[in-house]
Each structure stands twice: as structure tokens, then as C-alpha cells.
Ligand binder design. Structure first.
Ligand code: HEC
Length: 135
């Protein structure tokens, strides 16, 4: 009886646990999951968003993970912006508000130092999608 239990334990340890670990190993890595979540949430293209962030020179003022040379300190770092509760401390951090902010920051908060960067709504949507991958 004890033998059989031991055999069963060995079976559990030898077969079942590696099988469970393998299932766990199929999970997508965190950056891929964050990317899928951002696309589902905002509906833009994070790769285009990243390119637009480079093109529009956001890095002059912001530190932005994943953007080469983006170590500006004029505005707040955008590290973890996807998990922030407020945007610029004035509106709740939801996709629609993020797009509104990016299209026209002074339209959201007349006292803000962030200038209107001349983004279209479509461009802002792509940028917002990239920003929401930063959790
Ligand atoms: C001339 C400097 C400047 C440039 C260029 C600039 N920003 Fe900003 N940005 C700021 C400042 C300053 C703030 C803080 C605004 C506030 O709190 O009123 C800010 C705030 C933000 C916020 C809100 C951050 C938070 O912590 O709530 C986001 C998101 C953002 N900027 C994205 C961008 C993106 C994307 C670009 C490029 C398209 C960009 N910014 C270009 C200066 C700039």
C-alpha cells in the first residue's frame, strides 16, 4: 500500500508537475500580454505609436521606456503611465481622455506646460496604444 502511494507520488512529481509547468510555460511573456491588452483597450497600433513618438519629438521632454534617447526631464517620465490613475493630474486615465490629452493638452488643462503637438486623433490613438503598454 505504502509502495503504491509512493509510486503515485512519484508519478505526480514526475509526470503531472512538469506537465503543469509546461502549461504555465505556454503563457505569454508580460510584454506581449501588455501589448495585447493595450491594443484591445485603445484599438490603435503600438508600433506606429512608437514611431510617431519618435517623429514628434516627445523625447525632448519625456523619459519614455522603449524609445531610444527618450530621457527628457521637462515633463514627467511616462514610465508606468498605463497604470497611472490620472493624466496630468486633471482627468482620469482612460483611453478617450488620453487621446483628448495628446491631441490638445491645453484644451484639457489651460495651465499645462505641454504644448499642442499637432497630432491627429488617429495618431494620438496609436501613441496612446503604445503608452498603455507601459504598465
Ligand atoms: C515641450 C515639452 C513637451 C513635449 C514636447 C511633450 N510633452 Fe508631454 N508633457 C509635458 C509636460 C510639462 C507635462 C506635464 C503636464 C501637466 O501635468 O500639466 C506633460 C504630460 C504628458 C502626459 C501626462 C503624463 C502624466 O504623468 O500624467 C503624457 C501622457 C504626455 N505628456 C505625452 C506626451 C507625448 C506622447 C508627447 C509627444 C507627442 C509629448 N508628451 C510631448 C511636456 C511635453
Amino acid at each position: 500500500m505504502r509502495e503504491r502511494m509512493r509510486a503515485r507520488a512519484a508519478l505526480l512529481g514526475g509526470l503531472l508537475l512538469p506537465a503543469l509547468a509546461a502549461v504555465g510555460g505556454c503563457e505569454r511573456p508580460a510584454p506581449v500580454r501588455a501589448r495585447h491588452a493595450a491594443v484591445a483597450l485603445v484599438g490603435g497600433d503600438p508600433d506606429r505609436g512608437r514611431a510617431l513618438i519618435q517623429r514628434f519629438g516627445c523625447k525632448a521632454c519625456h523619459t519614455i521606456p522603449g524609445i531610444p534617447g527618450a530621457d527628457g526631464l521637462v515633463g514627467p517620465p511616462l514610465t508606468g503611465i498605463g497604470s497611472r490613475v490620472y493624466i496630468a493630474g486633471v482627468v482620469t486615465n482612460q483611453p478617450a481622455n488620453m487621446v483628448r490629452w495628446l491631441v490638445n493638452p491645453p484644451g484639457v488643462d489651460s495651465l499645462t506646460a505641454m504644448p499642442n503637438m499637432g497630432l491627429s486623433a488617429a495618431q494620438a490613438t496609436d501613441i496612446a496604444t503604445y503608452l498603455y503598454t507601459l504598465r
